[in-house]
Each structure stands twice: as structure tokens, then as C-alpha cells.
Design a protein. Structure first.
Length: 203
């Protein structure tokens, strides 16, 4: 969406392409393949997210008993490495069962390496323990024609925490607003963080 007239915010600081700057003077050109916006105005540096308030080590890391590979045993990480190999090589469940059935990892070696799974089922159970997904809860609801219908749900706040904690989404997450302008200096609106509400709320 595009303003037909430059907004009051844009006209204060922007007069054509070269004049578009943020309050702290950091006007940022966008990629040339952007079909609409050509300049971006960021928050003043003192208001940007990601600034260190104070440094503090995690209590869990300071604890000698903390295991970063939980639920896998941490001794030399052999249990985790074998599980990772099965996963990254896309070994099928059938092949994992065959691996243990054919005794390719002898019992005494398995015990020495602290391999705690002996089948595809127990391997998958361990792997799922790595991901702390929000727990499913259930309840019942009464409809006009049917009573006691069971439904399942997850805590929305826990779901948000889970999604924000995923490294795979890190490059696509936005934590601060910006203003975007076209080549004529007119304000353009793209995603939610380019509008006024987020800018005014965070500032």
C-alpha cells in the first residue's frame, strides 16, 4: 500500500531519494530488486532492540550437573552423535530397527557408550525430548445437538515462546519497526512493522 501524498513523518525528513534519513541520520538504501520501497528509516540507535542491559551467566550453565544434550547422556556424547547420524542421514525407522536387530552395535559396546535406545521407537522418543513443544491440553464443550465433545488445544503464550525460540526462524523474525519510502519520498506500507502503531508503541 502506498500514500498518494508524502506523510507528515516523511515530509519532515525526506525530500526525494537522497533526503530520506532517519532521526539519527542513518537512511538505509534497500536492495535494487525491491519493486516498491527504496529507502528504510530505522529507529534511533538508543531505542533499538538487542542492546545489552547487563551481563549474567545462566545459572544452569554454572551448575556442573547441567547437561546441554539432555535427554541424551553427556558422557562423550556418543548417544547423541549416533542419534544425530540416524536423523541427518534420513535413516528409515525400519533400517534403525534392523541396525539394532542385527547387533551391529554389540551389547557391551552399547553399554560402554551409554546408548540408551535399542529401537526406532525408543530413538524417536529420545529425539522428541530435544524439542520442548508446548504441551497439548484437552477439554470438552457442549453443542446444541451433541454434548461432551472433546477438543485439544495448546497455550498460545507457550506457542509464541516456542516459535520465537526456533533458530530456523531467526532470519525471518522482526523485533523493531521501520519506515519505508519509495523513490519519490512517499511512505509505503509493507508488513506490520512498517506501519505507525508499532513505531509509536515501541518508541
Amino acid at each position: 500500500m502506498r500514500d498518494l501524498q508524502p506523510s507528515s513523518h516523511a515530509s519532515d525528513h525526506n525530500h526525494g531519494l537522497d533526503g530520506i534519513k532517519s532521526p539519527d541520520g542513518r537512511g538505509t538504501p534497500l536492495a535494487p530488486d525491491n519493486p516498491v520501497a527504496s529507502r528504510r528509516q530505522h529507529l534511533p540507535e538508543k531505542l533499538m532492540v538487542g542492546q545489552v542491559i547487563r551481563q549474567s551467566l545462566f545459572i544452569d550453565i554454572r551448575n556442573p550437573s547441567w547437561n546441554p544434550l539432555f535427554p541424551f547422556m553427556n558422557h562423550d556424547a556418543h548417544e547423541y552423535k549416533l542419534a544425530r547420524f540416524f536423523h541427518q542421514s534420513k535413516t528409515s525407522m525400519k533400517q534403525i530397527d534392523q541396525f539394532f536387530h542385527d547387533d551391529l552395535l554389540p551389547m557391551n559396546t552399547s553399554q560402554m557408550l551409554e546408548i540408551g535406545y535399542k529401537s526406532s521407537h525408543t530413538w524417536r522418543k529420545k529425539m522428541r525430548g530435544l524439542v520442548h513443544e508446548p504441551e497439548w491440553q484437552n477439554g470438552t464443550v457442549d453443542f446444541h445437538l451433541q454434548a461432551g465433545v472433546k477438543f485439544f488445544y495448546q497455550d498460545v503464550v507457550e506457542c509464541i515462546r516456542y516459535l520465537l525460540g526456533q533458530k530456523a526462524f531467526a532470519k525471518d523474525l522482526v523485533f523493531e519497526p521501520c519506515r519505508e519510502f519509495d523513490r519519490e519520498g512517499c511512505r509505503v506500507y509493507m508488513e506490520m512493522h512498517t506501519a505507525e502503531w508499532w513505531w509509536e508503541t515501541q518508541v
